[in-house]
Ligand binder design. Structure first.
Ligand SMILES: Cc1cc2nc3c(=O)[nH]c(=O)nc-3n(C[C@H](O)[C@H](O)[C@H](O)COP(=O)(O)O)c2cc1C
Length: 552
């Protein structure tokens, strides 16, 4: 069934993209007008279109009736700012006009909310009257700085079109195999979480025989604590786009799509602006720089579903299907968008490729080790004395990262959640024993992931934190596998009971639930969420000893 929908959607393709069409219809109308027409145009049943539309938070009537949305991400939760922001917004707009959104990427200042297509944070709430009147208010920009021995991501080597043109001229006349070799030699591994070697992914896809292939940039950064992709999209957009174009050249693709979350309006504006500049300078489009290489780029705007960051759900979303995870294999490199060979890469991975092509693969591979090579963006939330996004050499000691680069904490912090809601919850004392190294984190029972850091203050109730994690997976699960769909809800229910003091939890039952989810879920949303919960039980179990009881 899903193959059939992919193919039907693929007939029309990205130019008149089904997902965008469904989103536009839903956002611009209050009733069901147009669903039938879309279904007819794409040769699908009305229920298929309705099924896809109803998957997305932003497209639901209840969401569309609201005017403001408070960030319910982990960083804003730990900062304790959500209730007061919600109260102030409700006073101005009415109780039923205020909803929630998951992480707006302002973790460096918190107090974040969305109003009328813009994100606000920090002390912006004090200017709510001006905001409602539509006046422009000053927004705090995050600090960004490179501490790397060589900067691949934050340097100024690709900030304008002239630099872009000369670099493109060089590389689209280069031997494709040499480019793959260079990426392989750099030891770059994907920065989106799974860590697959980028050179291998490009090599596999380049060897696929197909008239049509696609490049997808995964800009669905939804991890709370992370705003590194946001930094690249807004401050280094040409690095990201260059990586996509070169990927197209290497694998033999003439079309790419950048899937970007709707929660990032400034990033959408920045990347759209750069794409338009490249198009009008003929650095994107047909026969680029007089060669026979053509490459077109499209944007798809996400509609409030965290799972769309998972690559198979992301592909389903672009195709206009419900964004459910697919079983792999086949992997996207062989059967991806519209069932054609596709490279899916994270924003930071693509920007790193550009950096490697500019600075040389040896420089990249000489930093860190074989499996954790080069530099990485790391984000600090507002508990740090130096909140912001920093480029750091892989394998740098975490102690140095936290205390010197991050400047230590403004108030006592007991643990860090590193790598988003699916990343480990690491006691500060434990994290100080580690280096910025993917394998070291995994071996210690955590996950480095995208390297975003959310600080959990000393007096934060860990029952509340586990509840937040179960609630997150219950809300964001795609619903395809039942250990994920049901398990997340049962977990949330258990912690609801602790919170309202109606029951104690048998430890055996909780452990069985966590192991079932870990082993039985289709993807790393509900399959990985048990890890931070197990970390909390291991390191902070004492805080819950009256609520979680062993059976003997
Ligand atoms: C629940 C879930 C959410 C994910 N979210 C993202 C995301 O926001 N951005 C991203 O690049 N990768 C995300 N990933 C990983 C992607 O599935 C995929 O591995 C990645 O985009 C590949 O790019 P890379 O090789 O450059 O890392 C997510 C994975 C899971 C399981």
């Amino acid at each position: 069934m899903s193959k059939n929908i992919s193919k039907l959607s693929g007939r029309i393709g990205l130019k008149n993209n089904l997902f965008q069409k469904i989103s536009d219809r839903s956002l611009n109308s209050n009733n069901s007008d147009g669903i039938k027409e879309i279904a007819e145009e794409y040769n699908m049943g009305v229920s298929t279109i309705h099924g896809a539309e109803s998957f997305y938070e932003f497209l639901r009537p209840a969401h569309r009736k609201k005017k403001a949305f408070v960030c319910n991400g982990s960083a804003c939760m730990c900062a304790g700012t959500q209730d007061s922001i919600k109260k102030k917004l409700k006073e101005k707009l009415g109780d039923d006009k205020v909803g929630e959104m998951f992480c707006l990427g302002h973790c460096y200042e918190n107090s974040s909310f969305h109003y009328n297509g813009e994100n606000y944070a920090g002390n912006n709430i004090d200017k709510i009257d001006q905001i409602i009147k539509g006046e422009n208010i000053t927004q705090q920009k995050f600090v960004s700085k490179s501490f790397a021995s060589t900067s691949f991501l934050m340097d100024d080597k690709l900030l304008n079109l002239n630099q872009f043109k000369s670099l493109l001229e060089k590389f689209i006349n280069f031997d494709k195999k040499e480019i793959v070799k260079s990426i392989l030699n750099s030891n770059l591994s994907g920065r989106g979480g799974a860590g697959f070697p980028t050179g291998l992914k490009w090599d596999f896809c380049s060897k696929e025989k197909s008239e049509k292939k696609y490049v997808i940039c995964n800009a669905d950064e939804g991890d709370s604590g992370a705003f590194s992709d946001r930094y690249l999209l807004e401050d280094q957009p040409l690095k990201v786009l260059f990586g996509m174009i070169i990927c197209g050249y290497v694998i033999g693709s003439n079309e790419g799509v950048l899937y970007i979350r709707g929660e990032y309006p400034k990033s959408i504006e920045a990347i759209n602006g750069s794409i338009n500049e490249l198009k009008s300078s003929k650095l994107l489009g047909e026969n680029i720089l007089g060669t026979n290489f053509s490459f077109n780029l499209n944007i798809c705007i996400g509609q409030g579903a965290y799972i769309c960051g998972e690559e198979t759900a992301l592909i389903a979303s672009i195709e206009g299907r419900r964004a459910e995870v697919d079983v792999r294999p086949p992997f996207p490199v062989t059967e991806g968008l519209y069932k054609k060979p596709t490279v899916v890469n994270n924003v930071e991975t693509l920007a790193a490729v550009t950096g490697i092509l500019i600075c040389g693969s040896n420089k990249f591979s000489s930093i860190g080790n074989k499996k954790s090579a080069g530099t990485k963006l790391v984000c600090f939330d507002s508990f740090f004395n130096n909140p912001g996004v920093y480029e750091i050499d892989m394998c740098t000691p975490m102690k140095k990262i936290i205390n010197e680069i991050g400047g230590g904490f403004k108030e006592p912090v007991k643990a860090l959640q590193i790598g988003g809601p699916l990343g480990g919850v690491v006691p500060v004392k434990e994290v100080e024993k580690l280096n910025l190294d993917f394998q070291e984190f995994t071996a210690a029972g955590f996950m480095l992931g995208h390297a975003s850091i959310v600080s959990i203050p000393k007096d934060f109730n860990m029952v509340e934190y586990i509840h937040h994690l179960f609630e997150f997976s219950a809300e964001e699960s795609c619903g395809k596998c039942f250990p994920g769909r049901l398990g997340s809800y049962r977990g949330k229910e258990m912690f609801d009971q602790i919170k309202n003091k109606s029951a104690k939890i048998p430890l055996k039952l909780l452990n069985e639930l966590l192991i079932t989810m870990q082993k039985g879920c289709l993807c790393a949303l509900c399959g990985a969420i048990p890890m931070p919960i197990m970390n909390i039980l291991k390191y902070f179990g004492d805080e819950m000893k009256n609520d979680i009881v062993s059976d003997n």
